[in-house]
Design a protein around this ligand. Sequence first.
Ligand SMILES: Nc1ncnc2c1ncn2[C@@H]1O[C@H](COP(=O)(O)OP(=O)(O)OP(=O)(O)O)[C@@H](O)[C@H]1O
Ligand SMILES: [Mg+2]
Length: 307
Amino acid sequence: MPILQANSLCKRFGSTPALQDLSLEIQAGSCYGLLGPNGAGKSTFMSIVSGFLTPDSGTLSLAGKQLDPNDTAQKKKIGLSPQHIALYKELSAEQNLKLFGKLYGLSGKTLSQQIEYALEVAQLADRRKPPVKEYSGGMKRRLNIAAALMHKPQVLLCDEPTVGVDPQSRNAIFDTLLQLKSEGMTIVYSTHYMEEAERLCDQIAIIDAGTILRTGTLDALLQELPRSNLIRARASQLSAQRQADLARFGALSRDAATLELQTAPDFKLSSFFHWAEEHGLDPTHFQIARPTLENLFLHLTGKALRE
Ligand SMILES: Nc1ncnc2c1ncn2[C@@H]1O[C@H](COP(=O)(O)OP(=O)(O)OP(=O)(O)O)[C@@H](O)[C@H]1O
Ligand SMILES: [Mg+2]
């Protein structure tokens, strides 16, 4: 049985449809990626799951039971790390966590234990005292996630948790999420970045304009792409004649520095390399790329995941 199930969720803001008949199933203990561009409906979905927004129609169920925003026991099973940092800037990490813990009804020993746990998760145990306004973007993000864990939720909703963080904090966030997952937590992760979805998520939903276009594992999703290869070369390494020759192998696009070849269905790598050898071209001039979710998004929607 899935831990979280959405059935035909619809939500409009005025004339803007934010979610249109959105259905999905998330298995317990998995990391589920919501991959989509600006305005796809990722945050709207998370706000509905965490009870901050009410859908116009459709239902949600948690562990097989219909989710009721007034049911506090159910609400405690869900933690939201919102897209926009929700922390008190004048307060320290410790004071912020205390406040969030109290909001969830924690007190006494449980509260202090959870504060220590959350500080460890955020890797801020030794930076617990300074006010949050003195933190880097990465530290704030880590604390923003840790605050969502104070009440020991079973499902953690992470809304674009790597925006505005340095690469080191980004890795720290990935490590934290993988650790939480290994401890059995279910994670819902929204992002614009296909690399993140590819790295972290067991299941990925590609979402655009409030609709789920496809769901599946990374491998299953990539199977949907037409069988073709992408071959890149630097323009400076090929004469004008050789650049023109490439068009015989497929669709050629170019900018000033790079040539990109989307190979034709009858393409054979062996003939390509034979051609290169015949013309004395070093095979290391060519880079063969595997298809990505970016290509799939383009294939499904005709537009790029990020403008
Ligand atoms: N409170 C609101 N009032 C009016 N329109 C809204 C509101 N919240 C969201 N929308 C609209 O609903 C649509 C979905 O927005 P949502 O924030 O869920 O997208 P998102 O996938 O989270 O985008 P982003 O990647 O930019 O965070 C967008 O067209 C957005 O403009
Ligand atoms: Mg959003």
